[in-house]
Design a protein around this ligand. Structure first.
Ligand code: SAH
Length: 368
């Protein structure tokens, strides 16, 4: 069995099955996530006999990045290979006072959002907790990462168990001890998994709303069919009324709603009003995401003016609305452009292919 990626609770079950005291699980966790041990043999404070039997039975495996590409704006895109050769990706986004790591939860995705390039692959592989966490553990700039967002490939709540395990390891004081306030999970809103996420973790949650009215959301987000945004909002409103997480009085978690800004499709002022009415009474903020284009769609990105007009409607109603800066477009590392392609292909698909300053490379010493 691979020990890497197991949360403390699973390690406790494991040591108990060997009739060992619980504190051994904590020691193993610290070797895995504090000292970055590569083998059981490295875990020198475990009894010699145990180390020897475990070394035969258990591995410590985490994927290494296959390649990295750097954008002219400093954003980097890492690729990783899943067992069936499917590629998944992470983006590392430097900003003035932070370094954000954007991780994938699946290779591909089956939600099928019409404006998203990842969707075109369909679902190829559900990432294990080890594969999700490997994107952090084996990232060359891990030490500098200040924020982690589950906004790469995949729908986190279509792979909830592994995502929850990975969050437990990231947050655990026996694990990577990353504050949950620095972690955000983005989802189209899948019930009851969203409830589990809110109850079993302390991370920030972003709900991809895009359009408030069902008839406008359905053609963009097919998941609206089985997971209506109205039902998600009902749950959130109910939790806000009861002051259940993530709402005030329950720590400093943050709920946000995301809207991809598509010209004439999601960016009209009446749509901003509909969104404003939908989220009324739910303490939250709204993130407006300029759409990153790719070939083969009829969508167009909204004008800056339209985005600001949308933002103004929300601001007038006292809703905090921010406009996300788009990063890493030239290397296909921006929101919704992670497509699990190799460099040459992804550059051909990127709107600004060939932008000067783009550096690409295989990571030395890594298998192809
Ligand atoms: N499946 C999760 C995570 C997806 S990525 C979710 O849907 O929330 C995070 C955000 O990027 C989502 O809001 C998604 O809708 C958005 N996105 C997808 N494609 C995009 C594109 N081409 N340009 C800008 N944002 C995009």
């Amino acid at each position: 069995m691979n020990l890497f990626g197991l949360p403390l609770s699973d390690l406790v079950d494991l040591v108990r099955s060997h009739r060992l005291p619980d504190y051994r699980a904590r020691q193993v966790a610290q070797w895995l996530y504090r000292h970055h041990a590569d083998t059981v043999a490295d875990m020198t404070n475990l009894p010699t006999e145990l180390r020897e039997t475990w070394a035969d039975e258990h591995t410590v495996d985490s994927p290494q990045p296959q390649s990295v590409e750097e954008s002219s704006d400093g954003t980097r895109r890492y690729t990783w290979v899943a067992p069936g050769e499917d590629i998944y990706e992470s983006a590392v986004i430097p900003e003035e006072d932070r370094l954000t790591l954007c991780v994938s939860s699946q290779a591909g995705c089956r939600i099928g959002c019409k404006f998203c390039l990842t969707a075109r692959k369909g679902l190829r592989w559900n990432l294990s907790s080890a594969e999700i966490l490997g994107q952090y553990r084996n990232l060359p700039e891990r030490e500098e990462v200040t924020h982690i967002v589950y906004m790469g490939m995949g729908e986190p709540l279509d792979n909830t168990d592994e995502v929850l395990k990975s969050l437990s390891v990231l947050n655990g004081e026996w694990g990577y001890a990353v504050s949950p306030r620095r972690i955000t999970v983005s989802t189209v809103g899948i019930l009851p998994d969203l409830e589990h996420l809110l109850d079993r973790s302390d991370v920030n949650v972003a709900v991809s709303l895009h359009a408030a009215r069902r008839e406008e959301r359905l053609p963009l987000v097919p998941a609206e069919n089985r997971h209506p945004i109205a039902t998600t909002l009902e749950l959130l409103r109910h939790r806000a009324n009861l002051r259940l997480p993530p709402f005030p009085g329950t720590g400093r978690r943050r709920l946000s709603f995301e809207v991809v800004m598509l010209d004439g499709v999601t960016d009209r002022p009446d749509q901003a009003e509909a969104l404003r009415d939908l989220i009324r009474g739910i303490p939250s903020r709204v993130n407006l995401i300029p759409w990153n284009s790719f070939p083969g769609t009829t969508f167009r990105p909204s004008s800056r003016q339209a985005i600001e007009r949308y933002q103004a409607v929300l601001k007038r109603a006292g809703v905090t609305a921010t406009i996300r800066e788009s990063r890493g477009q030239d290397i296909g590392a921006a929101c919704g452009l992670l497509a699990g392609r190799h460099h040459a292909e992804s550059r051909a698909a990127a709107p600004d292919a060939g932008t000067p300053g783009v550096a690409a490379g295989r990571l030395s010493g890594q298998a192809e």
